[in-house]
Write a protein that binds this ligand. Structure first.
Ligand code: DGL
Length: 288
């Protein structure tokens, strides 16, 4: 089996770039196909059935068209709602992110903790299990309805206003903040502006280490070429939006982690939204 086959990444938009950048730092030789489902973003308030059906479609496409050797669900909401179903259905390794609440338990269990996530993640059975297992009884859960979308739109003023309204009451009272949606690390500075100096907990590094472990175990690490590529796909039917997303992804991605010239030099991206018309023409919202 060719080890240069890509690893597929899935998110409702550009949020998964915060996971991809950690994976890339750990596994720079791998090839990646990143799927941004901006035609259906946000996922946060969609039903379980709708998300399962959509992730199922995306994964079959990533396998059939790109021959992916593993999938990373770089979206907490999709992981919470669909990972169990997808793991049962597909034979390839599926690595799924979850809010880093266990990290709080391991590293600073006595601190007052805020878990920021989508409504879908917080209401999921998967999250409830995690929460009750590691509950420090000093935790507030905030469903940040609309926040991923605001980050996706890239409007800084709206973002600052939203965070100020939502987080202000916790100012000076909170030590730990779990970034339970992969979009939120992109707003870390703005969150800090409201909450001050807090400890951030993010599952992206853990997921990337897990990806590495799984690829090693299954002897799937890419040893066929010195450097990997990233292929960026977006599901929007509009070419203009696809290009905007690519630009946003590129900017955030580079800005977020990859500031070194070494990283910049091997990232080759292109938009290929139009290659999957059956996906972006589907009206996701009416599925349930
Ligand atoms: N980035 C995703 C997450 O981690 C999805 C956010 C959304 O689309 O609502 O939950």
């Amino acid at each position: 089996m060719k080890s240069s086959r890509p690893v597929g990444f899935i998110d409702s938009g550009i949020g998964g770039s915060t996971v991809l950048s950690e994976s890339l730092a750990l596994l720079p030789n791998e090839n990646y196909v990143y799927f941004s489902d901006s035609a259906n973003c946000p996922y946060g308030d969609k039903s379980d059935e709708a998300i399962i059906e959509r992730c199922d479609e995306i994964i079959s496409m990533l396998i059939e068209k790109y021959d992916c050797k593993a999938i990373v669900i770089a979206c907490n909401t999709a992981s919470a709602k669909a990972s169990a179903f997808l793991r049962k259905k597909y034979a390839l390794p599926i690595i799924a992110i979850e809010p880093a609440y266990k990290m709080v338990y391991d590293q600073n269990p006595n601190g007052f903790t805020l878990v920021m996530a989508t409504k879908g993640t917080l209401e999921s059975e998967k999250f409830h299990k995690l929460y009750y297992k590691y509950n420090n009884h000093k935790t507030a859960l905030i469903a940040c309805v609309g926040l991923a979308d605001i980050i996706e739109q890239g409007d800084k003023t709206r973002l600052e206003n939203y965070l100020d309204e939502t987080l202000n009451e916790y100012k000076g009272k909170v030590q730990n903040v779990v970034l339970g949606c992969t979009h939120y690390p992109l707003a870390i500075k703005e969150i800090q502006k409201v909450l001050g100096n807090v400890n951030f907990f993010n599952g992206a590094k853990g997921v990337s280490r897990q990806l590495k472990r799984v690829l090693e175990e299954k002897e799937l690490l890419n040893n066929e070429q010195p450097r990997g590529n990233i292929l960026f796909l977006d599901s929007s039917p509009s070419e203009e939006i696809r290009n905007e997303k690519l630009e946003l992804f590129d900017t955030k991605f580079i800005y977020y982690f990859l500031t070194s010239p070494y990283f910049k030099s091997f990232i080759k991206m292109r938009t290929e939204g139009s290659v999957i018309p059956h996906l972006y023409q589907k009206d996701f919202v009416t599925l349930d």
